[in-house]
Design a binder for this molecule. Structure first.
Ligand SMILES: Cc1cc2nc3c(=O)[nH]c(=O)nc-3n(C[C@H](O)[C@H](O)[C@H](O)COP(=O)(O)O)c2cc1C
Length: 473
C-alpha cells in the first residue's frame, strides 16, 4: 500500500492542516486520520448497493450522483466536443480532480467518435451523459438538472460547430441543451484547424459569445494534428484549463487579505545615461500589476511602486511611479511598514556613474566612456531589515539558465522568504508576454506550477500567501 507523509504535502495544504488541527486540538497526524475516516465514510455512502444486500439503490443516475456530490467539492460539468483534442479532455478530467473538483462529463455524438463515454465515466467516477432523450434521466428533465446542478460548465474541446450552435442558441442535443439551460458560468476551450478558427463565421460566433459573458481560454498556437499544418487553433493544455477553471470556481477575491498591507514593486527601472538616454530592460510590469490587482481584490491595502510601464493603474491600488532603482528604493522605504512585500520589479543591477547632465554629443574624439556602478539591492535591503521587516518577503528571479539553482542561491543570498523563479529566456516568451511558468522556492521546498496566464499566476500566488499567512476566507 502506498504511504503518504505530511511532509510530502504542499505548503498550502500543510498550513490548512495545521490550522484545522489547532482548531480541533489534535495533532496534525490525528487530524489527517480524522479526514481520511470521514472521506472513507462518505465513500461508503456512495458505493452502489446490490439489491441482494437488502439496501435500496437509487435508480436515477443524476439523483444518485447528486448525493455523491453532496460533499462540498466544487462541481464542473465538462462538455466534450467532437474534435481531435477530445483525447486531451480525458486528461482534463484527471487535472480537475487533482484540484479537488468534482467532474461530470457530457459528450456530443461526434465526441464519441474520438473517445468513449466509458473512459470518461471511469476517469470521472461517474456516468458520462450523452443523450438528450435518455429515459433514465429525462423523466424529470435531467438536462435541466445537469445544467443547474453544477458550479461551472467547461466546454473542451469546443468545436467550431459547438461555438456556432452556442452563439445561435441551438438546443438539439444534450450538450447544447445544457449550455442553453444553464445559469452557471461557462468556460470554453476552442480547438480547431487555424483556418476554421480564423474563418469570419467563427470570429463572429466567438465575439457574440464573449459579449454573452462566456469565458475563453486559448486556443494556443502550435502544430496541428494535420500533417504540416500549424497556427492558432490548438486547445489549451489540460493543466492550463484546470487552473483557469479553479480560479473561476474558487475566486480568491474573498477578502482573505483584508487588513493586510502589501507592498509590491513592478516593471523595469530606467537608469539615465544623460537627460534623453537610459539603460532599461524588457520587463513589461504585467506580472507585478496582476499581483497588485489580485491582492487588492483579496481585500489587501496595496501600494504598487512601479517603474516606467505602459499599463493602466490596477483598480483599488495606490500606485507610485518611479524611474530609477534609487527612486524605487526610496519609495519602498517610505512605504514601510508593511505585512508582506513582493518585489516583482526587474531592477537594473547597474547605473551609469557619470551620467551626463546635458545630452552627450557625438564627437570626433571617439566613443563616450560610461562607467557603471552598482545599484542598491532593494530585495536584500528589505529582507535584512532589523526593524520593520515585513513578515513575508517575496523576491522574483528572472533567469535565462539554471533557473532553480540560480533562484535557490538568490533566496539564500538575499535573505528573503520565497523566490518566484521564472525562465525569461527569449524562447519562453515571458518578457512582455501574457503567460508565465513559475516555481515557488522557499527554504524547504520548490513548487513548480504549470504554464498559466499572468493573471492566474497572480491569483494563485495571492491564494498561497493567504494560506501561508493563515488568512481566513
Ligand atoms: C477526424 C476529424 C477531426 C475533427 N477535428 C475537429 C476539430 O479539431 N475541431 C472542430 O471544430 N471540428 C473538428 N471536426 C469536425 C467536427 O467533428 C464536426 O464539426 C462535428 O459536427 C462536431 O460536432 P460537435 O460540435 O457536436 O461535437 C473533425 C472531424 C473529423 C472527421
Amino acid at each position: 500500500m502506498a504511504s503518504l507523509t505530511v511532509r510530502q504535502l504542499d505548503d498550502a495544504i500543510k498550513a490548512r492542516l495545521r490550522l484545522r488541527a489547532a482548531k480541533s486540538g489534535r495533532s496534525v497526524e490525528d487530524e489527517v486520520r480524522v479526514i481520511l475516516r470521514e472521506a472513507a465514510d462518505s465513500l461508503d455512502a456512495l458505493v452502489p448497493r446490490s439489491s441482494g444486500s437488502g439496501l435500496v439503490q437509487d435508480s436515477d443516475p443524476v439523483r444518485r450522483t447528486r448525493s455523491a456530490t453532496s460533499s462540498k467539492l466544487p462541481r464542473v460539468t465538462l462538455i466534450i466536443g467532437g474534435g481531435i483534442a477530445a483525447y486531451k479532455a480525458l486528461d482534463l478530467i484527471r487535472r480537475l480532480k487533482e484540484r479537488a473538483i468534482h467532474v461530470r462529463c457530457v459528450m456530443t455524438r461526434a465526441a464519441q467518435q474520438f473517445v468513449t463515454p466509458l473512459t470518461a465515466s471511469a476517469l470521472a467516477d461517474e456516468r458520462c451523459y450523452t443523450d438528450l432523450f435518455d429515459p433514465q434521466s429525462e423523466f424529470d428533465a435531467g438536462h435541466i438538472r445537469l445544467a443547474r446542478d453544477t458550479d461551472l460548465v467547461v466546454v473542451a474541446p469546443a468545436t467550431a460547430d459547438l461555438l456556432a450552435k452556442m452563439a445561435q442558441g441551438h438546443a438539439d442535443d444534450l450538450a447544447t441543451a445544457i449550455l442553453l439551460a444553464t445559469d452557471k458560468p461557462i468556460l470554453v476551450a476552442p480547438a480547431m484547424n487555424p483556418l476554421m478558427w480564423n474563418n469570419a463565421a467563427t470570429k463572429r460566433n466567438v465575439a457574440q459569445l464573449a459579449r454573452d459573458g462566456v469565458s475563453f481560454i486559448g486556443p494556443n498556437a502550435g502544430e496541428m494534428a494535420e500533417a504540416n499544418e500549424a497556427g492558432v487553433g490548438r486547445m489549451s493544455e489540460p493543466a492550463e484549463i484546470a487552473a483557469f477553471a479553479e480560479t473561476m470556481l474558487r475566486p480568491i477575491n474573498s477578502r482573505r487579505l483584508a487588513g493586510k498591507k502589501i507592498l509590491i514593486t513592478a516593471g523595469p527601472t530606467h537608469e539615465p545615461i544623460d537627460p534623453v538616454r537610459y539603460i532599461a530592460n524588457r520587463s513589461s510590469g504585467k506580472q507585478g500589476y496582476a499581483i497588485a490587482e489580485a491582492a487588492a481584490r483579496a481585500g489587501a491595502d496595496v501600494v504598487l511602486i512601479s517603474g516606467p510601464v505602459d499599463l493602466d493603474d490596477p483598480a483599488g491600488v495606490q500606485v507610485i511611479r518611479v524611474e530609477s532603482a534609487r527612486a524605487m528604493l526610496a519609495q519602498v522605504e517610505k512605504s514601510l511598514p508593511a505585512d508582506i512585500a513582493i518585489f516583482a520589479a526587474a531592477v537594473a543591477d547597474w547605473r551609469v556613474a557619470n551620467a551626463g547632465e546635458q545630452k552627450i554629443k557625438k564627437t570626433q574624439s571617439g566613443l563616450p566612456k560610461l562607467d557603471l556602478t552598482e545599484n542598491p539591492d532593494i530585495l536584500a535591503a528589505v529582507s535584512k531589515l532589523k526593524q520593520n521587516r515585513p513578515k513575508l518577503v517575496i523576491g522574483f528571479a528572472a533567469e535565462t539558465e539554471n533557473l532553480i539553482a540560480n533562484a535557490t542561491a538568490k533566496l539564500k543570498r538575499k535573505g528573503c522568504d520565497w523566490i518566484v523563479a521564472n525562465d525569461v529566456s527569449p524562447a519562453s516568451g515571458v518578457m512582455g508576454g501574457d503567460r508565465n511558468t513559475v516555481h515557488i522556492i522557499s527554504a524547504n521546498e520548490t513548487e513548480s506550477w504549470p504554464v498559466m496566464s499572468k493573471d492566474e499566476v497572480a491569483n494563485a500566488l495571492v491564494k498561497r500567501i493567504a494560506d501561508a499567512t493563515g488568512a481566513k476566507a
